[in-house]
Design a protein around this ligand. Structure first.
Ligand SMILES: C[S@@+](CC[C@H](N)C(=O)[O-])C[C@H]1O[C@@H](n2cnc3c(N)ncnc32)[C@H](O)[C@@H]1O
Length: 298
């Protein structure tokens, strides 16, 4: 009787061990929480007038809507964002539309991807996610779950929720029917705020979107960590970033280093180089298949 052995690789059953040692909460960040009184919040907001601009997208007849927070009368209750772009751990920049989020929006409009569960971290105005929501509503896509989260609760209230309402309304046959808009949003979207390290989802998602979340070495590392936590094994992430964030670290290189640590594969799928300033990139990120070696002796 002959005896021989061979090696084969099987998907690892346990998650990457680095994850278990990574903090789920930090001392100085507000714990992440999901908005619980959403129906009431939407019902109130949907009835209020909103001033918005429209972004024309290539090959799309319907422009995307974006609330003008400066002109919006409900938005002037928190002056911190009117005086600064960013104040670490107080205000993380979500009231402004950053240019890489518009890059990502155009990329999605061109690529027309379909996913059934989507998370946008550091969403701010959430324009990329609003585009995917709009497509899902137009095409009556089921299931479709969208999770939108930002550090600041006032960003969710004054920028994210209005944009979701505006773009959901734009798909309705009767755009003046508030209850239909509220129902559509309630059926598909959840909003959360607080520190992303303590973010918890019911299950991992197909797609994570992140625009301008790599703006320091720490933020780049945490973005990689979040992708490794919240992406399912076959999912992908699209990260829109500046190649370098001068003066603060962060950017593509810092993210690539962190991605190694968290077993992520990164591919640059689009670059924007005007020759006059910072190069911007869109990165597609997947989990590396992690294998264990088993030896079978026959
Ligand atoms: C520069 S803004 C980008 C906003 C939006 N994605 C855009 O491109 O217009 C960075 C975003 O990262 C998020 N962020 C940074 N650190 C965070 C943290 N520790 N927890 C949660 N969100 C954080 C903030 O919510 C903020 O909206």
């Amino acid at each position: 009787m002959s005896s021989f052995s061979f090696d084969f690789f099987a998907p690892q059953e346990k998650k990457n061990t680095t994850l278990t040692t990574t903090p789920c909460q930090r001392q100085d960040g507000p714990p992440h929480q999901w908005v619980t009184d959403l129906e009431q919040l939407l019902t109130n907001r949907v009835q209020q007038a909103m001033v918005y601009s429209e972004l024309v997208l290539p090959e799309q007849s319907l422009p995307l809507r974006c609330i003008d927070t400066k002109a919006d009368t409900l938005s002037s209750t928190n002056p911190v964002w009117e005086t600064t772009d960013l104040m670490p751990k107080v205000y993380e920049g979500g009231m402004k539309v950053w240019e890489c989020s518009v890059d990502l929006l155009h990329f999605l409009a061109k690529e027309q991807p379909k996913y059934s569960s989507v998370l946008e971290i550091g969403c701010g105005h959430a324009l990329p996610a609003c585009y995917l929501l709009r497509v899902a509503l137009q095409q009556k896509q089921e299931p479709f779950h969208l999770y939108l989260t930002d550090f600041n609760d006032f960003v969710i209230q004054q920028a994210t929720i209005p944009n979701v309402i505006l773009n959901a309304a734009s798909t309705m046959e009767q755009p003046d029917n508030p209850s239909a808009i509220v129902t559509a949003v309630l059926n598909h979207v959840q909003f959360g705020h607080g520190d992303w390290l303590s973010l918890q989802l019911p299950s991992q998602v197909d797609l994570v979107l992140a625009a301008e979340t790599l703006y320091s070495e720490q933020a780049a590392e945490e973005t990689a960590l979040l992708l490794s936590r919240h992406l399912n094994d076959t999912g992908s992430a699209l990260v829109a970033t500046k190649r370098f964030y001068f003066g603060v670290g962060g950017g593509t290189d810092a993210f690539l280093a962190a991605s190694e640590k968290y077993n992520l594969l990164v591919e640059v799928v689009q670059s924007f180089d005007t020759g006059a300033g910072n190069i911007r990139e869109i990165l597609r990120v997947r989990k590396k298949a992690v294998y264990t070696r088993r030896t079978v002796v026959c």
